[in-house]
Ligand binder design. Structure first.
Ligand code: ZN
Length: 156
């Protein structure tokens, strides 16, 4: 409530009825400030939602919501970290600890996320490279064998 209205901030026009004044008295919810919910106490009717006190209250509410949001996000990150730690296990090939992918670091796990018991990415890549080399060698041997058979048919 404004304690000393000044000419710069004129009091807003308020209305009431004699019946309401008789029933509730001047301190009761008998005041109607135009453009608002009817029947407020004088304090509420005179309060200006745009004044500094209301601004401070909204500011504090905003900061409280922001603190709550940050705290919630911190707890979610902590919980995700705990889940990742709990899901970590040794790479069966090299023994290095394998963590599941961390979305917070932009790791979505790709098409085949690393699960506990899987090889670490280094070992998985090395095994994939070996597999491709074996395939290429097998294909080359098959091609050579087919060529020998072709020569035998040609000369035999
Ligand atoms: Zn490994």
């Amino acid at each position: 409530m404004r304690a000393t209205p000044t000419t710069a901030t004129p009091s807003p026009p308020l209305a009431t009825t004699l019946d309401r004044l008789r029933t509730h008295g001047p301190l009761g919810p008998v005041w109607w400030r135009y453009g608002r919910q009817p029947w407020q106490t004088l304090t509420d009717a005179l309060a200006n939602p745009d004044d500094e006190a209301a601004h401070r209250v909204r500011d504090e509410q905003h900061r409280a919501r922001e603190r709550a949001r940050q705290e919630r996000e911190r707890r979610e990150r902590e919980e995700a970290r705990r889940r990742r730690e709990a899901a970590a296990g040794p790479c069966p090939t090299c023994g290095r600890t394998v963590h599941p992918p961390d979305p917070a670091w932009g790791q979505d796990g790709g098409e085949q996320p690393v699960e506990p018991g899987d090889d670490c990415t280094v070992c998985a890549r090395a095994k994939e490279r070996e597999r491709q080399e074996d395939e290429a060698r097998a294909a080359a041997e098959a091609e050579a064998a087919a060529a020998r058979r072709g020569l035998r048919r040609f000369f035999g």
